[in-house]
Design a protein around this ligand. Structure first.
Ligand SMILES: Cc1ncc(COP(=O)(O)O)c(C=O)c1O
Length: 406
């Protein structure tokens, strides 16, 4: 069995979630909108799932909109807030390191006349709340900053950003918590956000299910029409089984966190220690404000995509942390924004651990990675890049993202 260190990409569906889903795929198969007994049984399941997801993040049930996953939740949040706020303004503030489901949605909105301000990050991938404050104008309608980054694991100071946003009446704050939910306690009141995205498959729930928290009284324009489901915020027959699987998985990840998180921290540190012993390997992301399970690296002089392929053959599943487009590999926009030059960013490797990761796997993974790096360097007859990071400073990131913001 290969070793799986790609939990940021997805996680296996846990048994308890599957078992909770099965009745809604079999005997309780009804359409939750039907008035008869079958429909009522499905509706009761949907109500229960909604209550449980809401409770897990400190929200009310009516504030949860089930979606088809994190991408849809992000699209609904950003487009929904943009179109609902258009009469008041057209300026949206975001960052250079968002997941493409936010970043590309911003590009899309630009085509309709919205002004997108992409804030820079420092070399650890953090946004400065002062930059958020400086970007606010009376025309600003939305700020969207992710809670934790999917590539390098850096956690953003959302509560501080919220404090800036609150000084400007009527501006909505969205956070993409898709990666964060497995590892951080999410409390929408403490974060003080209006919109928050979740995806079940990142915490051992089913794929293709997510949720958008929409603070009561927040106006967003639905992006799908044709039904009254989800209080008119998302038309379409609900996936009750998926919602139930998500609720059970979220409850369990929250309940087990005090035990699981220290284990993951220790295993990640064990792997980090092994990687620090390999010449020319640097850790990326914030040293402290980071997701417990994420070890992201750049390997000097090598191509991360080739390394991932070699590791796959050797029995280790991991990723480069950025999108692979058939045949060609995009250089990570996250590392670029953090100031890494293209040749260094190309050597990205993301190792993400999960509840089931064992010490033996970490030991074996450390050995396999060190060996693959050595083999690839020998093959390329390339000396190890010995220079430590060319200390990509905040200014480098600033320049890159200003160019994007135009
Ligand atoms: C930070 C972040 N946002 C959004 C998404 C998209 O979620 P989904 O795969 O459920 O559409 C992902 C998925 O990797 C992610 O990591």
């Amino acid at each position: 069995m290969p070793i799986y260190l790609d939990y940021a990409a997805t996680t296996p569906l846990r048994r308890e979630a599957l078992e909770a889903m099965l009745p809604y795929l079999t005997e309780r198969f009804g359409n939750a909108s039907s008035p008869h007994a079958f429909g009522r049984a499905a509706h009761a399941g949907l109500d229960e799932a909604r209550e449980r997801v809401a409770l897990a993040i400190g929200a009310q049930a009516r504030e949860i909109v089930f979606t088809s996953g994190g991408s849809e939740a992000n699209n609904l949040a950003v487009k929904g807030a943009a179109w609902a706020g258009k009469a008041r303004g057209h300026r949206i503030v975001t960052t250079a390191v968002e997941h493409h489901s936010v970043g590309h949605t911003m590009r899309y909105l630009e085509k309709f006349g919205f002004e997108i301000v992409e804030l820079p990050v420092d070399r650890y991938g953090r946004v400065d709340p002062k930059d958020v404050e400086a970007a606010m104008t009376p025309r600003t309608i939305l700020v969207s900053v992710m809670l934790a980054n999917n590539e390098v694991g850096t956690i953003q100071p959302i509560a501080e950003i919220a404090a800036c946003v609150r000084r400007h009446r009527g501006v909505l704050l969205h956070t993409d918590a898709v990666q964060a939910a497995a590892h951080l306690a999410i409390d929408v009141a403490a974060l003080d956000v209006d919109l928050l995205s979740l995806a079940a498959h990142k915490f051992e729930g089913p794929k293709g299910v997510g949720a958008l928290y929409v603070r009561h009284g927040t106006n967003i324009l639905a992006q799908q029409q044709g039904g009254a489901q989800e209080r008119y915020r998302r038309a379409g027959t609900e996936d009750v089984a998926g919602a139930m699987g998500m609720a059970v998985a979220l409850d369990l990840v929250v309940a087990e966190r005090p035990v699981v998180e220290p284990q993951v921290v220790a295993l990640r540190e064990g792997l980090a220690v092994r990687m620090r012993a390999v010449e020319g390997v640097q850790e990326t992301g914030h040293p402290v404000e980071r997701l417990a399970n994420n070890l992201s690296l750049v390997v000097g002089g090598l191509d991360g995509a080739s390394l991932v392929m070699a590791l796959d053959l050797a029995g280790l599943a991991c990723s480069i942390g950025s999108a692979c487009v058939t045949g060609s590999t995009e250089v990570s926009h996250v590392l670029t924004a953090m100031g890494y030059p293209e040749d260094e960013a190309k050597g990205a490797l993301r190792l993400t651990l999960g509840r089931m990761t064992t010490e033996d796997e970490i030991e074996e993974a450390g050995r396999l990675i060190a060996q693959a790096i050595e083999t690839q360097r020998e093959a390329a007859e390339m000396p190890a890049a010995v220079s430590r990071p060319s200390a990509p400073g905040p200014d480098a990131g600033r320049a890159a993202s200003e160019a994007t913001a135009g």
